[in-house]
Design a protein around this ligand. Sequence first.
Ligand SMILES: [Zn+2]
Length: 308
Amino acid sequence: MNEVYQQTLSDQLNFSGKGLHTGKISNVKILPGVENQGIIFKRVDLENNNLIKANFSNVTSAKLCTTLQNEFGVQVSTVEHLLASLYIIGIDNAVIEIDNVEVPIMDGSAKDFLEILKKKEIKKLNAKRKYLKILDKIELVDGKREISIEPNETALEVNFQLNYKNNVIGNQKNCVNFQFDDLTDIYQSRTFCLFDDIEKIKKLGLAQGGSLDNAVVVKDDKVLNDGGLRNKKEFVNHKILDLVGDFLLSGYRVLGKVNCYQGGHELTNNFLRKIFSKKKSYELFQHKDIIISKKINLNQSTKIAVNA
Ligand SMILES: [Zn+2]
């Protein structure tokens, strides 16, 4: 979705839901943003110092979800699936008011968020969209986990591989081009966990709102949810969704090909920090001509307007 101009919502939207980790209900209002503002969370349950910019430099914890914190210690957590929805639908600027610390988990994927967002028109703003284009390969290795990005002129492409001892999850791979591919399987894929890990996670005070309504739970060789998986590669597809949500924290649409093995929120956040430390390996610009391979058959929804 390489639009020429930045976009926001035409009108405000409201929804509510339970937080995965806190188990508490949050009421959320998404308001149209102004150009170059980016995505800003506003904790309306607090009177002061309640703005938190959705930026990778504000990530303080990325263990089981992505938590943002401003300079005053005010936090908002589990932001990644909502951010992924904004990336997918093409929103660059918005103010997200929330009256609690955690973004609702909804059905554990980005499906509900996208259905809510589609209720309002997308509005074009006057400023051109901002891009981060990778010029040279950058990589980060952390034990067995690896992530790298190399140049791709036209799109964000994510090639992800998961490797679990559990046979149901096993070794899953998928490669998705966010400009040209159908993203239905990506945004419908739910967060997941192993049944055997649930007690451990709950003892840490996390996943208090977790249930089969908002997560895929795998026990031995079985998926415990009624109806099983939503798509064959739901596990790796969810990891790709997480990655794109975390990438929106760069503040830019990214042009590059990501290869990730066994990654997660923490690795992605450390990687964004590394990318921004390698100033010669990327270029930042507002929309300009993007050269598209002639092999790609453009249709209305994927057309890139050529702009001087
Ligand atoms: Zn997730």
